[in-house]
Design a binder for this molecule. Structure first.
Ligand code: SF4
Length: 319
């Protein structure tokens, strides 16, 4: 059967709607856009995207980048009207926002115009971590907003960060567990990076080294998978701005997710070895081969150095 391709039609609203200044955020750098979005521009962009997308693809209009529900209600409504015009041609409308920018009134407006999924930047479940990163909300805001969103029948996404200023491995893993307890449909996991022009750049903060961030991400990925929470993204997109040096320091890597997957396999293989009678051969799906071997053959080298075992993935026909 032919796979149905999924597309987001991203409408970035950089920093529009967000009076906040979170320590790690340089929204314009993240989205790679400098200009402010308008409903008119959004309409032109959506119409243009739809000319080029494949027939039968699953398409969602996605308002990302700022805090959509922090926009003036009238401007939110203008954007929503634009998206709603295209509802017969797309499969849904999604948006991202802050947990403290959710209310009954806002959710009713989003429902009226056909929004299907709301993603909240939860980031951490530790109130001290939220405070020192100047988030301006508590985890209780995330809990309340998540409940409201689910009760109104939206799909719920909860984004989290690892290695935030003031956080550690334990708090990161606890955040994942606290988020899972809110029963989200999806998540995105971002390692904290120091971006130029952010408050974090001037703070006494050392981001996680790449391998530590990837190892913690690997534990969190497994927790989400066990509970059936869809992982939409691990790590930031490789936007032009990220390539052009806006990351001052931190565990940024284009293959961050792949490195984390390597750690998941490392733990699985350790278990196989501990159970005994392991000759290095691992029957697997084709897409698992590179994860088993590890990024730049890291696992192959690790198991050879530690146990003198040659890891040999044996890909089968089926995934
Ligand atoms: S709420 Fe979101 S957009 Fe606003 S400053 Fe914080 S991270 Fe950036």
């Amino acid at each position: 059967m032919k796979n149905i391709r999924k597309y987001n039609l991203p409408i970035f609203i950089p920093h529009l709607g967000c009076p906040n200044d979170c320590a790690f955020c340089n929204q314009k750098k993240i989205t790679g856009k400098d200009s402010d979005m308008t409903p008119q521009k959004a309409e032109e962009m959506i119409a243009k995207y739809l000319e080029t997308t494949e027939e039968n693809a699953k398409i969602e209009i996605a308002f990302f980048g700022g805090s959509f529900t922090g926009l003036d209600l009238s401007l939110q409504e203008e954007f929503l009207k634009v998206a709603n015009k295209f509802l017969c041609k797309v499969d849904g409308i999604r948006l991202s926002t802050r947990p403290d920018y959710i209310s009954e009134e806002i959710l009713d407006l989003l429902k009226k115009y056909g929004v299907t999924e709301i993603e909240l930047g939860a980031q951490s479940s530790d109130d001290d971590v939220l405070r020192v990163n100047r988030r301006g909300h508590t985890f209780d805001d995330t809990v309340k907003a998540s409940k409201m969103i689910k009760e109104k029948g939206f799909s719920l996404g909860l984004q989290m960060m690892i290695g935030m200023y003031g956080s550690d491995r334990e708090k990161d893993i606890k955040t994942a567990k606290d988020i899972i307890a809110l029963n989200p449909d999806s998540t995105r996991i971002y390692p904290t990076l120091v971006l130029s022009g952010t408050a974090l750049e001037k703070m006494d903060y050392e981001p996680y080294p790449l391998e530590k961030a990837a190892e913690i991400a690997s534990v969190i990925i497994e927790l989400f998978r066990e509970k059936g929470v869809k992982i939409l993204r691990i790590g930031l997109h490789e936007s032009e701005d990220l390539k052009n040096g806006s990351v001052i320091k931190g565990p940024y890597h284009p293959a961050f997710g792949e490195i984390a997957e390597g750690y998941i396999w490392r733990r699985k293989i350790e278990k196989m070895i501990a159970q005994g009678d392991f000759n290095g051969e691992i029957p697997c799906g084709k897409s698992e081969v590179s994860k088993i071997i590890g990024h730049k053959k890291a696992n192959k080298k690790y198991f050879y150095d530690k146990y003198k075992i040659e890891i040999k993935p044996i890909p089968g026909e089926a995934e």
